[in-house]
Every structure is written in C-alpha cells, then in structure tokens.
Design a protein around this ligand. Structure first.
Ligand SMILES: [Zn+2]
Length: 281
C-alpha cells in the first residue's frame, strides 16, 4: 500500500508530467474510481483545463486547475500513474491494439506548454480501490488531515498535545492516525519506532510526556521517509525488501542482532526488536 514516500514520488512525477499542461481529453473507463461516478461529467469538468499545481498532503494528492477546479487523488492499495509520450506497442501493459494500458481506469491526454504533440498519463489501478474526486473546494478527507511530516515538518508541541489525549492507544496506532500526522502508514511507523528505539506497544500519552523521546520519533520519521524516497528515486524499491525491520520476522535486528519478532497491533502486522526497542509506560 502506498505510504507518504510513494505518494510523494508520484507527486513529483505528476508535477513533471502535468504542471502547466492542458488536459486535451480525459477519459474515465471505470466509474468506480471516480467521484462523482459519472464518466461524461467527469471528463467534461476537466477537459480543456490547465493544471496549475500538483500538491500532496499525507497520502492524498491535489491537482489544482486554472479555473479552481480540484482533482483529489488517493491511490488506495494498488493505484499508480504511468506516462507515455506516444503509443508504444512494445509496452507489455498495453493491449493488442496498442491503445489501452492494462488496468488503466482513467486516461489523461495532455499537451505540455510550447508543445503540440499529446502525451498520455494513465491512472492504473488493478483492484480499483483508489479514488479520483472532482470538487470545486477542498474535501473533508483533505482538510481533516494532520500536518504532513515532509511538507510541514513535525511540530513537537502540536504532536505532544495530540498524543497526550490518547490514554489507551499505543504510540504506533496514534502515529498512523491521519489526523495526528498525515501520511505515516504501517511501514513508516514500524521503521520509525525501530529507529527511535521505542516499542510500538508503548502508550501514546506516556511517550508524549517525554519530550526527548518525541524529538527522537520526529527525527526517525524524517529519516525513514528520506530513506524510502531515495530508494524510490533510484528505482530500487520493490526489487527486494528495502526496509530495516518491516517484514523481517526472525531475521537479526540490524542494530543488536536479536531475532526480530512479529505480532498484531490494532489489526496491523508489526515487527519489533525485543531487545533494543524500549516499552514506555
Ligand atoms: Zn535490536
């Protein structure tokens, strides 16, 4: 599932492909991924418009168009964007007629500034759990998000206030709450807490009471996001597990060599080093 770094990687791609470009034609092949779920109206509202900015908050993207229309995008579990400067029949994602990208749900035919030739940006989503939401103002899914650790940085005072109220919740679950910090998902939370040497089961409010630990977590989140973004930029993510402890049950902790353990916390799989991650109560 895409987390903050993957969505930021997508934002940077879309910024290159779409910012300043005119949407010559927009085709929604599947109403299940668009809101409102009406392909003709969706296309009509976007066609002819120019993309002014491509922004991101947490796992949401916002494309602002030149008439103030907004297109919000959530990649769900399996969504991504592909770009092609023309039709390439050798691309395995294309069907036999060379026209349709496999699992393409929405196609944007765009013309970049000072160009005449169209390029194609496809929204691809095998399982269709992503969403492309058309709106004339910001939607609640966007406005309810907490600060984004990459775009806004982590304000320790704000974080402390938000965590202090959570008497019963674990620090890991609290970090994954999108109103606390936008974009931190399961993997980023696991990696950050390992880096900060804190057991994910520690109480959120107990951690909030220790400013030094909070600062450590904030630094660890920045470190985790930066590492993942570097891997994505190098094109190495996905080839093998690029993470330090996520998905590595039974393997030695990279810091102290103790075998890593795995358990469920709030319904999500969690990896922890039983030796060097301290439980804060
Ligand atoms: Zn360890």
């Amino acid at each position: 599932m895409p987390e903050l770094p993957e969505v930021e990687h997508t934002r940077r791609n879309l910024d290159t492909w779409l910012r300043g470009a005119r949407l010559k034609e927009v085709t929604a092949h599947d109403p299940r991924v668009i809101r409102p779920a009406k392909p003709a109206a969706f296309s009509e509202a976007l066609t002819g418009k120019k993309v002014a900015t491509v922004e991101r908050k947490g796992k949401w993207l916002r494309l602002l168009l030149d008439d103030d229309t907004r297109l919000f995008v959530h990649l769900g579990m399996t969504g991504w964007f592909e770009h092609s400067s023309g039709v390439d029949s050798s691309n395995p994602h294309r069907s036999a007629n060379g026209d349709l990208v496999r699992f393409e749900r929405v196609r944007f035919e765009v013309v970049k500034p000072r160009r005449t030739k169209s390029e194609v940006v496809s929204y691809v989503d095998p399982r269709r759990w992503g969403q492309l939401v058309l709106a004339t103002e910001d939607i609640p899914s966007w406005t309810s998000l907490g600060p984004d650790p990459l775009a806004d940085g982590v304000d320790l005072e704000v974080l402390e206030k938000r965590l202090a109220r959570r008497k019963k919740q674990s620090i890991k679950e609290a970090l994954m709450d999108q109103t606390v910090l936008a974009g931190v998902g399961n993997i980023q939370a696991i990696e950050s807490l390992w880096k900060a040497k804190i057991d994910p089961r520690s109480g959120a409010s107990a951690v909030a009471g220790q400013p030094k630990l909070l600062a450590k977590i904030a630094r660890a989140i920045g470190w985790t996001i930066a590492r993942t973004l570097e891997d994505l930029a190098k094109g190495e993510a996905g080839a093998k597990n690029p993470f330090k402890v996520y998905g590595r049950k039974g393997e030695p902790c990279p810091r102290c060599r103790t075998a890593l353990e795995r358990f469920d916390l709030g319904g999500r799989t969690t990896t922890v080093c039983p030796t060097c991650q301290r439980l804060v109560e």
